[in-house]
Design a protein around this ligand. Structure first.
Ligand code: NAD
Ligand code: UFG
Length: 338
């Protein structure tokens, strides 16, 4: 069976490619390399023994997508391609809406023309906004987004759901990721943010490797067990395995289904710093800074539905996440550019 990964050269897509190849799937990657490097393809081969077929295509380009679909006999699509930086989405909102929504519309058109009926979409816990209660179930209210990036995720969920309502052949799986961290244990692939990282774990690993001086912890006066923000960190390899389960599910069902991919456990920023230091033996100097605008106190999943219906549960713990993030950073201090 052949799976198309749009945005497959990126952080989550590359780990999913390794996982799918390991399970015997043929993998085709489409990526415009806006936030990734072609070098990842060799790294995927080093781990899995197989280099995915690669097309450098912008997913908003219908003609290029059509040409690709006519060459490859695709059975299912995982749509990772998208711009994902919350802050940047507030500075260049139109580009975010165009890129993240046009790509989905183009993909759906071309899939329909080619009779491809299975799509898994990378959504995000961001669609829940500031939740009324935690842990968050899939039935919690959505669409209280606070930035253009979040709205693109919400709008794509609506578009895909409507497409499946109109087309009884279509199977849509919406995966709402919590906070992906970690890397493949080989240290060959991992997260390679450009510039100064926005997210906690890459910031910590860059402090640990000496590229950045100290971590700023954004607020210690939240209503959480130690005052710092609480999130549901999930190992990217667990996330990748969740996609393999979602493909199996999509092939057997029609209509739209939504699943949280998280661990159901929340850790604070200070918990992460402590766990990182314990797992790696490397100190992470930090200071307490102002709250970051738009941040919420607590966000973690109830992942029971994924367990019951997909048969998927996260296996890796916080020590694994810290160790593997560090192993990747240590071996690739400049990401794929090194
Ligand atoms: P990433 O930036 O590493 O990967 C996304 C890939 O998509 C990149 O390789 C980029 O070059 C490519 N891309 C972007 N626009 C494209 C286009 N128009 N055509 C072709 N390729 C394009 O990000 P990631 O962390 O791997 O995230 C994958 C998906 O998961 C994204 O949709 C993201 O919004 C979503 N997501 C990520 C997180 C997270 O914290 N990493 C959390 C929730 C959801
Ligand atoms: N944090 C710091 N210092 C930093 C970076 C982060 O203290 O330098 C704190 C934040 O305040 C927050 C926690 O660490 O409490 C996690 O922050 P991240 O930026 O790593 O992650 P977020 O939960 O803010 O956002 C992530 C993705 C979003 C996605 C959201 C929900 O970046 O794209 O998870 O899935 F929408």
């Amino acid at each position: 069976m052949k799976i198309l990964l749009t945005g497959g050269a990126g952080y989550i897509g590359s780990h999913t490619a390794v996982e799918l190849i390991g399970l015997g799937y043929d993998v085709v990657i489409v990526d415009n390399l806006r936030n990734s490097s072609e070098k990842v393809l060799d790294r995927i081969e080093m781990i899995s023994g197989k280099k995915p077929v690669f097309y450098k295509i912008d997913c908003c380009d219908r003609t290029a997508l059509e040409q690709m679909f006519s060459k490859e006999n695709i059975d299912a699509v995982i749509h990772f391609a998208g711009l994902k930086a919350v802050g940047e989405s507030c500075s260049i909102p139109i580009e975010y809406y165009r890129n993240n929504i046009d790509s989905t519309l183009a993909l759906l058109d071309v899939m329909k023309k080619n009779n491809v009926n299975n799509i898994i979409f990378s959504s995000s816990a961001t669609v829940y906004g500031a939740p009324d209660t935690v842990p968050i179930k899939e039935t919690a209210p959505v669409g209280r987004c606070t930035n253009p990036y979040g709205w693109t995720k919400y709008m794509n969920e609506v578009i895909l759901t409507d497409a499946a309502k109109a087309d009884p052949e279509l199977s849509v799986v919406l995966l709402r990721y919590f906070n992906p961290v970690g890397a493949h244990k080989s240290g060959f692939i991992g997260e390679s943010p450009s510039g100064i990282p926005n997210n906690l774990m890459p910031y910590i690993t860059q402090v640990a490797v000496g590229k950045l001086k100290q971590l700023s912890i954004f607020g210690n006066d939240y209503n959480t067990h130690d005052g710092t923000g609480v999130r549901d960190y999930i190992h990217v390899v667990d996330l990748a395995k969740g996609h393999a389960s979602a493909i199996e599910y999509a092939m057997k069902h029609k209509g739209t289904e939504v699943f949280n991919l998280g661990t159901s456990v929340g850790y604070s920023v200070l918990d992460i710093v402590k766990a990182f230091e314990e797992a790696t033996g490397v100190k992470v100097p930090y200071r307490i800074a102002e709250r970051r605008p738009g941040d919420i106190a607590e966000c973690y999943s109830d992942a029971q539905k994924s367990k019951e219906i997909l048969g998927w549960t996260a296996q890796y713990n916080l020590v694994d996440m810290c160790r593997d993030s560090w192993n990747w950073q240590r071996k690739n201090p400049n990401g794929y550019e090194g």
